[in-house]
Design a protein around this ligand. Structure first.
Ligand SMILES: NC(=O)c1ccc[n+]([C@@H]2O[C@H](COP(=O)([O-])OP(=O)(O)OC[C@H]3O[C@@H](n4cnc5c(N)ncnc54)[C@H](O)[C@@H]3O)[C@@H](O)[C@H]2O)c1
Ligand SMILES: O=c1ccn([C@@H]2O[C@H](COP(=O)(O)OP(=O)(O)O[C@H]3O[C@H](CO)[C@H](O)[C@H](O)[C@H]3O)[C@@H](O)[C@H]2O)c(=O)[nH]1
Length: 327
């Protein structure tokens, strides 16, 4: 089976591509390298540098490569940026993505997997959030992902394409074999920033908000190791191929850690670095943890890297690689 991975030069897409290749799939990557990095692209994958909205380039790729499945990771991804520039998010994640979806279904793609997000839920009404929880996104980013989930259902139903929306919680860590990791230099994710401060021995880590209604006042998130998440995509694809049923699944471990707990683990595995405590960041949810029963039961799946210690270890390992290679 040949899989077209959009955003395959990015953080999550490159790990999905690695996992697909490890499992014997053919992989085609489409990425415009805005936040992605060419060195993330695994050996063995075909690579096209183009925008998913470039219809002429896309038609050529679909005609030449004839992928049977699409895994769509490309998009605009940063919650706080979406608060300042909503149009960018609706264009990238809704309009451009819809045109891309249309081209791929017209070209005969059979399976469509979409990188959705826990941000579709907004502030949870329950300790753990299941897939049937109400939707109230706090940011244009979350809204744009929710809109595209609906578009995906409608378009795929008409064209008889099997579809899945995977709602990632907080993705972190790096390939344990050191083949990929979070490489975008100005990435704003908690663990990326903390690992960079720890490894570079420079800068200060800023905690956004200590007055949330959580045990230590900082935000709580459900962190999933990027290599486990990559495996979930391959398992989902196999389930879709076999059963032809649409899926919507939370991707997390059903366990929350606070920002301060994550920082403490990074410092335990590195050294004490300077931390400052500032006000809340716009668009942030106080606490969100997955109920991931649908995922584990549907795929009969057991995670391999589900500990904060391992996630932090792999994030630090990757950050040290980046520093060593830049020296
Ligand atoms: N990182 C997380 O914790 C997280 C959580 C939930 C959902 N997601 C979703 O997962 C997906 C991947 O996120 P990531 O963290 O790997 O981000 P990333 O920025 O590392 O990867 C996105 C990739 O898409 C490419 N891209 C962007 N727009 C494009 C376009 N128009 N045409 C072609 N390529 C384009 C970028 O160059 C980049 O390589 C995104 O859709 C994001 O919303 C991420
Ligand atoms: O320097 C930092 C960076 C982050 N944080 C805090 O750490 C928590 C996690 O923030 P991230 O930026 O790492 O992640 P988000 O929860 O904002 O968003 C991530 O997870 C979401 C799903 O929950 C989205 O899908 C999104 O794409 C992805 O970036 C937040 O409370 C944030 O305020 C800090 O305190 N300091």
């Amino acid at each position: 089976m040949k899989v077209l991975v959009t955003g395959g030069a990015g953080y999550i897409g490159s790990h999905i591509a690695l996992c697909l290749l490890d499992r014997g799939y053919k992989v085609v990557i489409l990425d415009n390298l805005t936040t992605g990095i060419a060195s993330n692209i695994p050996k063995g994958a075909a690579f096209y540098q183009a925008d998913i909205g470039d219809a002429a380039a896309l038609r050529g790729i679909l005609r030449d490569e004839k992928p049977t499945s699409v895994i769509h990771c490309a998009g605009a991804t940063v919650v706080p940026e979406s608060m300042l520039d909503p149009v960018k998010y609706y264009q990238a994640n809704v309009s451009t993505a819809t045109a891309f979806l249309n081209e791929t279904v017209l070209a005969g793609v059979q399976n469509w997997l979409f990188s959705s997000t826990a941000a579709v839920y907004g502030n949870p009404k329950t300790d753990k959030v299941a897939e049937d929880h109400s939707f109230a996104p706090l940011s244009p980013y979350g809204h744009s992902k929710l809109m595209f989930e609906q578009i995906l259902v409608d378009v795929c139903s008409v064209h008889n394409v099997c579809h899945a929306a995977l709602r990632y919680f907080n993705v972190a860590g790096a390939d344990p074999q050191g083949r990929s990791g979070q490489s975008t230099p100005n990435a704003t994710h908690l663990l990326k920033v903390a690992a960079k401060v720890a490894v570079s021995n420079a800068g200060v880590f800023e905690v956004f908000g200590t007055d949330y209604n959580t045990p230590d006042g900082s935000c709580v998130r459900d962190f999933i190791h990027v290599s486990d998440l990559a495996e979930v995509h391959v398992e989902t694809l196999e389930h879709m191929t076999k059963h032809r049923t649409p899926l919507t699944m939370n991707c997390g471990y059903s366990k929350g850690y606070s920002v301060l707990e994550v920082l403490a683990e990074v410092q335990r595995q590195s050294h004490d670095f300077e931390v400052v405590y500032s006000t809340r960041r716009d668009g942030d949810i106080g606490s969100i943890v997955a109920n991931s029963d649908v995922l584990t039961k549907t795929l009969n799946w057991t995670p391999k890297h589900n500990s904060l210690e391992v996630i932090v270890r792999d994030a630090l390992l990757w950050e040290r690689n980046i520093l060593a290679n830049s020296a």
